[in-house]
Ligand binder design. Structure first.
Ligand code: GFB
Length: 299
């Protein structure tokens, strides 16, 4: 999802020399394969969007893979970028790097000030390591490696597998299928009270491009909208967008995860960047994209 949004952004900016590899073409966990790729292609600028990602259930179930795969992917790429003298690299992390009970909104300096949310601790540890790799290669070797921490993302090419997905695509699929099949209710996980912030992937790509052009510091940068909603409010919004008329049923056997993770985006705003897609419009666009690609998204 993020990779394709970055390609759309770069193409819109007029770039034609974009080097991409799908996961089936290049296994980023393979150190030798990544080293060969960098030695052959010699990219100048690297957007490190690749990661093993998923929603709360996937994070909590595949705890080993979320740690191992992400550590390998980011270590291989960052080290190869150093060895092949990449001019600049942008590493993408996640808002789950912050302590579960950190004050809100989350300021960049709260990193490593408390315990992490248990459901995604392995993923968060991997992402914190990515930040630290960028910092260390900058300190020791002078590499211009920067990091951005996006909030929860959504958009075209999202994952709609109900066991692996994040909440927003899951709700689009569930409400749509319930509407089409005339079902009386939709099951939604948890209590509905956690708060989440959502950023459209195209806005994230725009922010990445902006940071690649304008930012060169060691401290990572939060990327979000600065606004959040409860999961209940999100569910009502998706329900209305899809046009489902049945009821919501809350499955409290499923985890809530962290109670809130609202980004403080004042540093990014002070640099002159702000998102353009508001949640209501973004959900509408994403539902239209889902309808156009349903066969592809739901196998
Ligand atoms: O998006 P989500 O899976 O991940 O879940 P996190 C957000 C909230 O939505 C949780 C609730 O409180 C879920 O219980 N929820 C309600 C649902 N219905 C559903 C549903 O059908 N599917 C899903 N998936 N959730 C992830 C982290 O946390 O966020 C990652 O695990 C990463 O590491 C990512 O940071 C951005 O926001 O809780």
């Amino acid at each position: 999802m993020v990779g394709s949004a970055l390609v759309r952004k770069l193409q819109a900016e007029g770039y034609s020399n974009i080097i991409i590899r799908t996961s089936s073409e290049l296994d980023l966990r393979n150190q030798a394969a990544v080293a060969d790729f960098f030695a052959q292609e010699r990219p100048d600028y690297v957007f490190l969007a690749a990661a093993k990602v998923g929603g709360i259930l996937a994070n909590n179930t595949y705890r080993a893979e979320f740690l191992y795969d992400n550590l390998l992917i980011e270590s291989n790429i960052i080290h190869s970028a150093y060895q092949t003298e990449v001019k600049k690299l942008l590493f993408l992390g996640s808002s789950c790097i912050y302590p579960k009970m950190a004050p809100q909104p989350l300021k960049e300096e709260y990193l490593l000030s408390g315990y992490l949310e248990p459901t995604n601790e392995p993923y968060a540890i991997a992402k914190i390591t990515g930040i630290k790799l960028c910092e260390a290669y900058r300190d020791q070797y002078g590499c211009d490696f920067i990091s951005a921490m996006p909030t929860n993302l959504y958009g075209p090419n999202d994952n709609y597998d109900l066991n692996g997905s994040h909440v927003l695509p899951a709700l689009i699929r569930k409400f749509h299928e319930a509407k089409v099949n005339d079902q009386p209710f939709v099951e939604v996980w948890g209590t509905g009270s956690p708060r989440r912030e959502f950023l459209h992937a195209d806005d994230l790509a725009d922010a990445c491009f902006f940071l690649m052009e304008h930012y060169n510091d060691e401290l990572f940068v939060n990327v979000g909208t600065g606004e959040d909603v409860t999961i209940r409010e999100l569910a009502e919004l998706v329900k209305e967008t899809v046009g489902f008329e049945g009821e919501l049923r809350w499955n409290t056997e499923k985890p809530d995860g962290t109670p809130r993770k609202l980004m403080d985006v004042s540093r990014l705003h002070a640099m002159g960047w702000k998102h353009t897609t508001e949640l209501k419009e973004g959900v509408e666009r994403t539902y239209q994209d889902f309808l156009a690609n349903e066969v592809l998204y739901v196998e």
